[in-house]
Design a protein around this ligand. Structure first.
Ligand SMILES: Cc1ncc(C[n+]2csc(CCOP(=O)(O)OP(=O)(O)O)c2C)c(N)n1
Ligand SMILES: [Mg+2]
Length: 327
């Protein structure tokens, strides 16, 4: 489970890309250029980046509304097509009909996303049933939030996955909030502890440590691939920005947390800086490489944004074409 120097550098590129991606999406919303919901994931970058790194390209992932663009990209989807989708364009991964909230890319094992919180656990469980019926050795990674873990679908999915020994990893990103509700006000115990009720392995780990996230996920993925059934991983991190970009601007008279609290988290637990410093201390990362990685991530996103902006809009007549059967 040890990572080589090359793998650590690749993980560093991913976590930096995840940060740059979020910053550019937020800037797009702020400038009015991106006219859709963006659920910013600054502070949470170690999670999807670390977990998806533990998958094979032919595995499946069912990911939630945060973060979307970088998760799809890490799973193998084309970044230009993802950004075209964000802009609602014809060359988007769903021909512009899905938008950022409803992307799917079956070719790369990305099995779809919806706006309903908690929907994605039974969807992922269904994919895992299909894998088992087909006798494939693929694994399903199901990422969802702490808020989603309060839905009945959590129980139904984990229960069925355990009884049927399905090849699935339930990965709960506990970013401390469901919109404005604190996780600790909703749940009396660690979400990871619930695994014992289903007779499966469970853990609660540091969601600011990308290597810890990768290692826990890899162990769970390997177990699932061996046919030994599901696992539950809870990662603890902290959402830096509003639930959706702009939402907190409307809540200034009803703040649900202080600016000091956010600033302290940013100062102490920045997952990108923590990983960067660790790699520098290990002699794996130099200042020149830090600059190069930042530049490349920025260019990659800028190019994809340009592609998305320039792409043509779909013909309005095509709008309902893929919604129901066409024949
Ligand atoms: C069934 C349902 N109930 C409520 C909502 C409104 N809603 C959107 S996001 C969200 C909170 C989700 O919290 P969590 O699962 O922790 O994910 P996070 O947003 O923190 O990443 C809620 C309640 C919804 N979309 N669907
Ligand atoms: Mg949450």
């Amino acid at each position: 489970m040890e990572l080589s120097k090359e793998q650590l550098l690749e993980l560093y590129e991913h976590i930096v890309f995840a940060r740059v991606c979020e910053d550019k999406l937020v800037a797009g919303v702020r400038s009015g250029e991106i006219a859709t919901y963006v659920h910013p994931a600054q502070g949470e970058e170690a999670n999807a980046a670390g977990a998806i790194y533990a998958l094979r390209p032919d595995d499946y992932a069912v990911v939630p509304h945060r973060p979307q663009v970088s998760s799809y990209y890490f799973k193998g989807s084309d970044l230009n097509k993802i950004m075209a989708e964000v802009y609602g364009k014809k060359t988007g991964v769903c021909k512009g009909n899905g938008g950022i909230m409803h992307m799917a890319d079956y070719e790369h094992g990305l099995m779809g996303a919806l706006g309903m919180i908690g929907y994605n656990l039974p969807l992922a469980t269904g994919v895992a049933i299909a894998v088992k019926i087909r006798g494939e050795d693929k694994v399903v990674l199901n990422i969802f939030g702490d808020g989603a873990s309060g839905q009945g679908t959590f129980h139904e999915s984990l229960n069925m996955a355990s009884v049927w020994k399905l090849p699935i990893v339930f990965f709960c990103v506990n970013n401390q909030f469901a919109i404005t509700t604190r996780s600790k006000d909703s749940f009396p115990k660690a979400i990871g502890d619930r695994a014992s009720a289903y007779g499966i392995p469970g853990c609660t780990i540091d969601g600011n440590d990308i290597v810890a996230v990768y290692q826990a996920t890899k162990e769970a993925v390997d177990r699932a691939r061996r046919g030994e059934g599901p696992s539950l991983i809870e990662t603890l991190c902290y959402r830096w920005r509003a639930h959706a970009e702009g939402l907190d601007d409307m809540l200034t008279d009803r703040p649900y947390r202080s600016e000091e609290e956010v600033a302290e988290q940013q100062r102490k637990n920045d997952p990108v800086i923590l990983f960067r410093d660790k790699l520098v201390a290990q002699g794996i990362l130099t200042q020149a490489k830090i600059d190069e990685v930042a530049e490349q991530a920025s260019k990659k996103m800028d190019d994809a944004i340009e592609f998305g902006k320039k792409a043509p809009y779909p013909d309005p007549k095509e709008m309902v074409k893929d919604v129901f059967g066409t024949s």
